[in-house]
Design a protein around this ligand. Structure first.
Ligand SMILES: NC(=O)c1ccc[n+]([C@@H]2O[C@H](COP(=O)([O-])OP(=O)(O)OC[C@H]3O[C@@H](n4cnc5c(N)ncnc54)[C@H](OP(=O)(O)O)[C@@H]3O)[C@@H](O)[C@H]2O)c1
Length: 296
């Protein structure tokens, strides 16, 4: 399972596959799921103020018996309850029951208030105070990153973005910009072709590769994420699937296989745009017909 760690521009190392706690809810469920992920070998937990289950993630981490240095914790400033960054990180540390987090992200550029440079200064202070090891952003576009970099003392270590084959073409400029500025891309929801768009064009190369390499479709998509140089942020309720996710670290896709997935993703996103255009057209025609009907 060589999802080898990556060295961030902060100098710290980060495991390149993370177990995420979004949508896991509260109570014993998320505690058991984080515990399960750690027990199969995940050493990076991705949570957020907005997921409202930092206490559960923290309990599972503390009960795992791992040393604090053996687990990488990411959480995010989500602007929950209108709280500022300084108060939010204090709450997150209390929720998680730890004295520092490895990575703290601004969850979305619209949460960088009153503006990106001012919010980022607050993030930089947290590094100086030692309560977070590295800082980064999520869902930032190229312009947001440019504004941030123009005023930052500490550059963002990562940008966690939506990344799967159907959005690859639109996200490519962000990936390119990040690479140029030594910002690591983290890919979330990479399995959308399986979870939300089954039957789409990406299924074709994914199924073919799955058969050819004798691996599961989700492993092909995670191998694609790795091939794009991104860190995978994923999740599963199932032990065997989590093991497969980790095993996907051993899968190396050939250039032509990656190109085939990219091409199917681009074809799928074109279909989506066409469907949207067609939908708008149908809607406009219906409105026009209704107006004509009302006038009669
Ligand atoms: N920064 C942000 O704004 C942001 C946004 C979204 C997510 N995230 C992070 O990313 C993490 C993962 O997000 P995600 O859940 O959208 O990720 P994902 O990796 O795309 O999807 C994970 C889901 O895929 C299902 N799955 C796996 N293989 C499958 C298959 N072959 N067929 C059908 N379903 C399959 C799993 O279901 P089973 O449980 O049944 O295995 C699991 O629920 C979150 O928990 C969060 O930490 C961040």
């Amino acid at each position: 399972m060589p999802w080898s760690p990556v060295k961030l521009n902060s100098g710290h190392e980060m495991p390149t596959i993370a177990f995420g706690t979004w949508k896991l809810g509260n109570g014993d469920g998320p505690i058991n799921q984080v515990d399960q992920a750690i027990s199969v070998g995940f050493s990076h937990v991705d949570t957020a103020q907005a997921y409202r289950n930092e206490p559960e993630a923290g309990k599972a981490i503390r009960d795992s018996g791992l040393k604090r240095s053996e687990i990488f914790i990411t959480t995010k400033y989500s602007g929950l309850n209108g709280l500022d960054i300084k108060t939010s990180i204090k709450n997150s540390l209390e929720n998680l029951g730890v004295s520092y987090v490895d990575l703290y992200l601004i969850h979305h550029p619209r949460l960088a208030v009153p503006d990106i440079p001012s919010a980022w200064k607050e993030m930089e202070k947290l590094v100086e105070q030692g309560v977070v090891k590295s800082i980064g952003v999520s869902n930032f576009g190229v312009n947001d990153l440019a504004v941030l970099l123009a005023s930052s003392k500490i550059p963002p270590a990562v940008n966690q973005i939506l990344l799967h084959p159907y959005v690859y073409a639109t996200q490519a400029p962000i990936i390119e910009y990040a690479k140029k500025h030594k910002i690591i891309i983290e890919a979330y929801s990479a399995l959308i072709p399986l979870t939300q768009r089954p039957g789409g064009p990406v299924d074709v190369p994914v199924k073919e590769l799955s058969k050819k390499l004798n691996v599961a479709p989700e492993q092909v998509l995670l191998a694609w994420v790795k091939a794009k140089g991104a860190v995978a942020v994923t999740t599963s309720s199932k032990k065997d699937r989590l093991e497969r996710y980790l095993d996907a670290g051993d899968i190396f896709l050939a250039d032509e296989e990656i190109i085939a997935i990219d091409a199917a993703g681009a074809a799928g996103s074109m279909n989506a745009a066409r469907k949207l255009q067609a939908g708008i057209l149908i809607f406009a025609v219906c409105v026009a017909l209704t107006i004509v009907g009302l006038r009669k």
